[in-house]
Design a protein. Structure first.
Length: 433
């Protein structure tokens, strides 16, 4: 599909430039600017209108767009837009350009396909950047046509929502005007990421350990802000010391059915179903689990799900113990729950089953923590291996994790990994060989 050039009305140029100067208070000094607008025209319909307004884009040659969940509806653009398999190649008009499309918000999750990880209800919307915005690859004209030189480009990007009267919106980004947010990130061409929520919101924010935690709840969710923040005031500082914190704000989104009954992390944000409290019956915390993923500085390779998910679940229990929120008896109850519901006698490196990643793995990691402490007479523990792992560039695999653990233990751990990771044996809570 190739769409013809569509001139952008001159009124748009004035409106966009005036909007930018008014919002920032300065004349345009960046190489280019991007404004994304998400319009909820009819909450009874499952699709929204998304528009991209670009200005000062002389450096851009073309933009490759790949939508992940739903193919866009009624897509059109200034310049030319060509469909190539699963991608669209957009050669935008210079120096101003516009792209618009309709995209379905609703997306099901899980084997039964009865729950949603993105949903537009009559009075609220919960979604995330990956649902409404495509993966983007930008080619720049010389002299910005290499990775190194393109990084020198500076740009501003904004995300704005046009929503029904009375709705408010929250994202992981700082607000700059009503329902308008400034995108941040290391990339020269920024697209919205992480979770966002719009509707009749109940919001409350608290700064803990130098991070602004904003809680946004919709759909008549009972406000449990004080309980949640009191829990996080005791535990979140321990998590930031473990992983380090490279963010100054995190958005927590809570919503009711028909949303997914678990938690899902995103960039600078996470979603958690309204029924989930600060602690589950097995004593672990879904809040700490998702916060671990938000803060973790490493990305898992193909065989690393077991220890990345296992670390998040183990520390969601362990940090409560350290904070004095769990007695030793309740802590052991959590460990026994891992043992009871784990998937054993399997190679953890090949597993995606929740029983293995969320029960088997955290118990194995508890045993590894005990092993490291014994080998070092209490001078090192699993925390130190996690910090060492955090120094890796790119994705980390099981071999990298084993190397990090051996480095802090000061001894080989091949026997331990063969027995409990590769063969999936059950570690005994009172002794690990």
């Amino acid at each position: 599909m190739s769409l013809p050039f569509k001139p952008v009305p001159s009124a748009f140029f004035l409106t966009f430039t005036s909007w930018f100067v008014l919002l920032t208070g300065v004349a345009q000094a960046e190489n280019f600017t991007v404004r994304y607008v998400v319009s909820v025209e009819d909450a009874a319909q499952p699709a929204v209108l998304v528009r991209w307004d670009l200005a000062g884009i002389d450096e851009i040659q073309d933009i490759s767009l790949r939508f992940r969940n739903h193919k866009p509806l009624h897509i059109e653009a200034s310049g030319t837009l060509e469909e190539q398999g699963e991608r669209y190649i957009w050669r935008p008009q210079r120096p101003y350009a516009r792209l618009s499309y309709r995209i379905v918000v609703n997306a099901t999750r899980g084997a039964s396909q009865q729950r949603f990880d993105s949903y537009l209800a009559p009075d609220w919307m919960v979604s995330r950047g990956r649902q409404l915005f495509p993966l983007v690859a930008v080619r720049y004209r010389s002299p910005y046509d290499t990775v190194e030189s393109s990084r020198k480009l500076t740009a501003r990007a904004y995300l704005a929502f046009q929503v029904p009267r009375g709705w408010k919106c929250a994202t992981a980004y700082p607000g700059r005007a009503q329902n308008t947010f400034e995108l941040r990130g290391p990339r020269s061409f920024l697209t919205p990421r992480g979770w966002f929520v719009c509707g009749h919101l109940h919001t409350e924010a608290r700064e803990i350990a130098g991070v602004r935690l904003e809680l946004a709840q919709v759909g008549g969710v009972a406000a449990e802000s004080e309980t949640i923040f009191a829990f996080l005031e005791a535990t979140f500082p321990l998590l930031t010391r473990l992983l380090g914190s490279k963010t100054d704000r995190i958005l927590i989104v809570r919503a009711p059915d028909p949303m997914w009954h678990g938690g899902i992390s995103g960039e600078g944000s996470f979603f958690l179903h309204a029924r989930r409290g600060v602690r589950d019956p097995d004593q672990t915390s879904p809040f700490l689990h998702e916060l671990f993923h938000v803060l973790q500085p490493f990305k898992p390779a193909g065989d690393a799900d077991w220890f990345v998910e296992g670390l998040a679940e183990f520390y969601s229990l362990e940090l409560q113990r350290r904070a004095g929120l769990l007695t030793q008896r309740r802590f052991l109850k959590g460990l026994r729950s891992f043992e009871r519901y784990g998937l054993w006698n399997v190679d953890l490196r090949t597993q995606r089953d929740n029983a293995a990643t969320n029960n088997t793995a955290p118990l194995v990691l508890y045993a590894l923590d005990q092993r490291i402490q014994r080998l070092t007479a209490g001078k090192a523990r699993l925390d130190d291996a996690v910090r060492r792992l955090s120094q890796h560039d790119g994705r980390v695999d099981s071999a990298a994790f084993k190397s990090a653990a051996e480095a802090v233990a000061g001894a080989p751990l091949t026997r331990f990994f063969q027995r409990y990771v590769y063969a999936g044996q059950v570690p005994r809570l009172n002794r690990v060989d």
